[in-house]
Structure formats: structure tokens, C-alpha cells
Ligand binder design. Structure first.
Ligand code: ADP
Ligand code: MG
Length: 461
């Protein structure tokens, strides 16, 4: 083993990667990697950050190992060590590329030295990686507008939509754009972190630390504000932060997993402030848009995916975009490892379990769907599907109504459990049942019976 030239293999691998990926992508991820030493049947390289390491692993590890094997004929693994860079490197020159009056032209030449990556933002959550179609057009374009002119167009911007539909991606795309194209300060925080920092500041008796941190920024991005439900104290703090930033024309962006009207015990004064800006929603994309997202993802991974495989995934994943990408990436990882081209057959085989796996997130909704379907001698898939036969439509509406009655789930969440339906469909269904209840005296009894069965079923399972 000792005589193997690991460093030579690594250099050769880099040459091949540069060829495969193209200069831009290659230098983004590999110019900062340093060969450190040969390990035990492995090559150890230094990476500048944990984020960088994770990206290399998730996107390139399989390809690298394959190349290493083809060069050396050996199974050589790649290990990563995080090495912090000295301050002398990558000094950012403060090039101001945009001013409020002169937003940068879309294709403005970029300064050669980029600003360092924003530590709170995912590098791949950019507009370039975000497919804008019909269902998310309004949200996507609003986000672009905000990123070009923070604080000046839609303020605040509130993006809502179910799990895995792209809220965080879109919000961070704004952050990444502003960070890269101006000197503006951007803060991204999850609501949970916002709360934790608040609590910590109180414990440490440094309330001003918290205030200063979140009130002196040009763009504040707060993700998943449904987390603030039932939490008065932090809502009050949010309210003050909001006012301080809003009054000085700083941009605020929020995301939420449900419509504002369904936020429980949420301060009215905050809700009314959302109304000052723009509220946009994200829905599960249509078939063509799903195909476009998959194609883009495949391209970014340099994977050659035949259309029938894209079609297979687009047609079978009906939950959210995260699951959509997950199915594709599972397939890419498999085929890279096995060194086989992706065919429809392989895809069907490999994705069978993913397609058939019940969604774990919302077990109680699944029970409601199951029992209601059974009551009408239908299957759960009838209720989750899109068939418009009268009896199916009625059973579906009823199950949605019961879901809303029996659980705390929002209409966005319920919609997702019904095969990725839009929250407005759920709202409409509930309304229909409410109307029927006024005119049909037997319906109440039916509902009571089904609810009793659901409770019995839940107790047993
Ligand atoms: P959410 O915050 O709504 O739960 P995320 O923003 O985390 O969802 O998105 C889930 C995944 O789907 C991410 O990998 C994201 O990049 C991807 N995604 C969502 N919307 C799009 C889109 N329009 N185009 C490309 N990828 C998308
Ligand atoms: Mg999110």
C-alpha cells in the first residue's frame, strides 16, 4: 500500500472534476480543498468549514470515490478535516455594488473578490437554484423584488406554505442575494433561535445585547414564526423588534407554515402589521413544475436522468419538494455507487419503498383518513387522490372537516396529508360541510359516528 501515490491520485481527481464540473462550480467547491495526507486507505483533505464539508459529501463524495477508483484501481475513501483559514486569506474588499437609488443590473459584472459566504445562510439556497413556475410565481417574484430593493418594496414580506415547499429556500435566497450584492447586513434566524437568544439574554441579565443584535441590521429574516404561537413574551419582543426595524425602513421577511388567520393566540397587533406588506403563499407545484425542479437538481449534480425517470418521480411524489428531491438524490447516489446509468427499471426498483412509505409526520390525520374512507367503503388513496366522483368528493370533504375539528393541524398541513392539496381546497371543503350541516340533519350524526370510530381506532393502534 505504502508505495501508492495518494497525492498524485488526488491531483488527477481534481483535474477530472474540473473537467466534469466546469470551472465555476469546480472553483466554488474545490479550490479551497487542501491535500493533507494519506490515511488508512484514504486521502485526507482539509476543508474550510463544516458547511463546505457537508456540501462536498452530499454532492460530490460519490463521484470523487468513483474517480479515485478509476484512476488507482483501489477503493480509496475521502476523509475531511475542517481547517480554519487564517485571517490573511480572502480579505473582502468593500466593493459597493448597489445603492438604494441604483440597484445592480441583473448581469452587473461581479467584483472579483466576493464577500465571504454568510455564515447563517445555506450557500445553495439561491434564486439560481430556485425554479419559479406558476404556483410559486407570485412568491418568487416578490422575493426577487425584495432582494433587489430591501426595505423599499414589500415590507414586511410574509411567505407561507406547508412543510418542504420552499419557504426557507426562498427566504435565504433573498439573504444570499443581498449579502452578495451589497454591503447590507443580513440576519437569518429561526424563530426557535430567536426565542433562545432572548431567554439567554435575560438569564445573563443582558437584555440590551438581544435588542442590539436584532435591531441593527438591514434585513431580518425570521423563519417559521408559527413557533411563536402561545408565547406572549416573545411575541411582544418580536413586536418591538418589528417596529424598530420597520420604522427605520429595514426589510423584514417572515415565513410561516400556515395562513396567518390560523395562528393560535397570536397578538393582533403583530398580525395587523403583516398586513402592511405582502403575504404570499407557496403551494405544491404542478407536474410540469415538478419536472423542472427535478431537471435542475439533476443538472446541478451532473446526473444524466432520462425523462421517463423524471416523469416517474414527478408522478409519484405528491407530498412536497423536499421529498421530490430526496427521491431523485437517492437514485443518483445509488447509481453513482453502482456505476450504472439510471434507467426506468432501476428507478422503479430503488424508489418503490419511498413511494409506498406512509408519511410519518401526521399519524393522526392518517387515522382520520383511514377510518373515514372505511366508513364510506373507500380507500385512503381515494381520499388522498384527485378523483372527482361525487361520493369520493363528499367523503374527502368530510374527512378534511373532521381533521380540522379533531386536530390542531392547519389547513396547509391537512392539505399535505391529503396528497399535497392546497390549503384553499381544504378551507373550501370545510365550508361546504358547514353549509351541508345547516340543511342536512343526519350529517351531524354521521360525523359523530365517524369521530367515535376514529377514537376507538386510535385507542387500539
Ligand atoms: P420549507 O422551508 O418550506 O420546509 P425548504 O425551503 O427547506 O422548505 O425546501 C425544501 C427543499 O425543496 C429544499 O431542498 C429546497 O431547495 C427545495 N425547493 C423548494 N422549492 C423549490 C423550487 N421552487 N425550486 C427548486 N428547489 C426547491
Ligand atoms: Mg423551512
Amino acid at each position: 500500500m505504502a508505495e501508492l501515490d495518494y497525492e498524485g491520485f488526488w491531483k488527477e481527481t481534481l483535474i477530472q472534476l474540473r473537467n466534469d464540473l466546469g470551472e465555476e462550480e469546480f472553483s466554488g467547491w474545490f479550490s479551497d480543498l487542501k491535500y493533507l495526507r494519506a490515511g488508512n486507505n484514504s486521502i485526507v483533505v482539509g476543508v474550510p468549514s463544516k458547511f463546505h464539508r457537508d456540501k462536498v459529501i452530499s454532492s460530490y463524495q460519490c463521484a470523487i470515490i468513483t474517480i479515485l477508483k478509476s484512476i488507482s484501481g483501489e477503493e480509496i475513501n475521502l476523509e475531511h478535516e475542517i481547517i480554519k483559514q487564517g485571517p490573511q486569506k480572502k480579505e473582502t474588499q468593500p466593493v459597493k455594488t448597489s445603492t438604494a437609488e441604483n440597484p445592480p443590473a441583473e448581469k452587473a459584472p461581479k467584483p472579483k473578490e466576493k464577500r465571504d459566504r454568510h455564515s447563517q445562510l445555506q450557500e445553495n439556497f439561491t434564486f439560481e437554484n430556485y425554479v419559479i413556475g406558476e404556483t410559486n410565481g407570485m412568491a418568487g417574484n416578490a422575493a426577487i423584488a425584495v432582494s433587489r430593493n430591501p426595505g423599499k418594496t414589500y415590507n414586511p414580506l410574509l411567505i407561507f406554505g406547508g412543510v418542504g415547499l420552499g419557504k426557507t429556500h426562498l427566504m435565504q435566497a433573498i439573504g444570499n442575494y443581498v449579502h452578495e450584492n451589497s454591503d447590507n447586513k443580513v440576519i437569518y434566524t429561526t424563530s426557535e433561535n430567536f426565542l433562545n437568544e432572548f431567554v439567554q439574554a435575560i438569564q445573563d441579565n443582558k437584555p440590551n445585547y438581544f435588542k442590539n443584535k436584532f435591531r441593527y441590521t438591514d434585513v431580518l429574516l425570521i423563519d417559521d414564526i408559527q413557533f411563536f404561537q402561545n408565547k406572549d413574551k416573545i411575541q411582544e419582543e418580536l413586536f418591538h423588534t418589528f417596529n424598530a426595524l420597520f420604522d427605520s425602513k429595514k426589510q423584514l421577511v417572515f415565513t410561516c407554515d400556515r395562513p396567518v388567520s390560523e395562528l393560535k393566540t397570536f397578538s393582533e397587533r403583530i398580525i395587523s402589521r403583516f398586513g402592511l406588506g405582502l403575504i404570499v403563499d407557496l403551494q405544491f407545484p404542478r407536474y410540469e413544475e415538478r419536472c423542472a425542479i427535478l431537471k435542475k437538481e439533476a443538472e446541478s449534480k451532473n446526473a444524466d436522468i432520462p425523462f421517463e425517470v423524471i416523469d416517474l418521480i414527478s408522478s409519484n411524489v405528491s407530498s412536497n419538494i423536499r421529498d421530490l428531491k430526496f427521491a431523485l438524490n437517492t437514485l443518483i447516489a445509488f447509481t453513482v455507487l453502482m456505476k450504472k446509468p439510471i434507467t426506468l427499471e432501476i428507478a422503479q426498483q430503488q424508489l418503490k419503498n419511498i413511494f409506498n412509505a406512509p408519511r410519518q409526520a401526521n399519524l393522526s390525520m392518517d387515522k382520520i383518513i383511514r377510518v373515514t374512507a372505511e366508513y364510506f367503503s373507500l380507500t385512503p388513496n381515494d381520499l388522498k387522490g384527485r378523483k372527482r366522483t361525487q361520493n369520493i368528493v363528499f367523503a374527502r370533504q368530510l374527512a378534511m372537516y373532521i381533521g380540522k375539528e379533531m386536530t390542531e393541524y392547519s389547513t396547509t398541513e391537512i392539505g399535505q396529508d391529503f396528497g399535497g392539496k392546497d390549503h384553499t381546497t381544504v378551507m373550501y371543503s370545510i365550508q361546504k360541510i358547514k353549509e351541508k350541516l345547516l340543511t342536512d340533519p343526519t350529517l351531524e350524526l354521521t360525523i359523530e359516528t365517524i369521530i367515535r370510530s376514529i377514537k376507538e381506532f386510535s385507542a387500539k393502534n
